[in-house]
Every structure is written in C-alpha cells, then in structure tokens.
Design a protein around this ligand. Structure first.
Ligand code: CU
Length: 136
C-alpha cells in the first residue's frame, strides 16, 4: 500500500511536469507564430511602393495604395466600381492630380512633372486614400 502510494505520487509528478512542458512548448510556439505572421504582414503592407503607371479603383480602394513612378510618368486610374470615384490630391496644386467624377470603366490620367509624395483621396468617399511617390 505504501509503495503503491509512492508510485502513484511519482506518476502524478511526471504527468504534471509533462503537462507543464507541453504548455510551455505550446505557448512558445504560439508566440513565435504570432511574431512571424506579424512580420510577414508588415512586409506586404500597402505602404510599400509598387512600381508601374496604372491604378485600379475597385471595391472602394485604390490599388496599389502606393504607386512609385519616375518624373514625367503619366499615371492612369481606371474605375471598376459601379459608383463614380474621383482622384483628388489632398493638397490642391497643378502638380497634383484632381479629377472630375470617374464613372465605371472610365479612366483618368495625370502626368507627374515634379518629384514628391502625393497623397490623394476620393471626394465622395474620403476614407479612400492612396499615395503616388514620384522620384527623379
Ligand atoms: Cu469613391
């Protein structure tokens, strides 16, 4: 009876240690998973500029959200939504785009002749925001 009791006690200790080890291992792996998914989300963030000369307006979003072009590039926005959108620079300037309503499947083009970072939005939907980065 006494020896049975001590065997039982050893088993309990082993199980508790094993459970603790599993819990620590799971916690550790969960933590590293969170870290890796966060860093991959950062690397695909829309703040990273995309090279090209066209922007698609679809689903109430400008895509890419940050387009990088060289001075002298003509950028064309095409609206794929059923509702009209605009390309309206946050700062009113002749160096920056400022469109009328762009209807579905219609386009608007603007040539950037000055380097800079141009943030813009859609006038009917001010939460639609994007950036054109113009470099020399
Ligand atoms: Cu809009």
């Amino acid at each position: 009876m006494k020896s049975q009791k001590s065997v039982f006690a050893v088993i309990v200790v082993v199980v508790v240690i094993a459970a603790a080890a599993v819990a620590i291992a799971m916690h550790g792996s969960k933590k590293s998973d969170t870290t890796s998914s966060t860093s991959s989300a950062n690397s695909t963030s829309s703040t990273k500029p995309t090279e090209g000369s066209s922007v698609v307006i679809q689903g109430y979003m400008f895509s890419p959200g940050n387009l990088k072009v060289k001075v002298g590039t003509t950028v064309t926005w095409t609206n794929r939504d059923a509702v009209a959108h605009t390309v309206t620079a946050d700062v009113n300037s002749t160096d920056a785009p400022n469109s009328m309503n762009i209807d579905q499947n219609k386009s608007y083009s603007f040539t950037f002749n000055k380097a800079g970072t141009y943030t813009y939005h859609c006038t009917p939907h001010p939460y639609m925001k994007a950036t054109i980065t113009v470099t020399e």
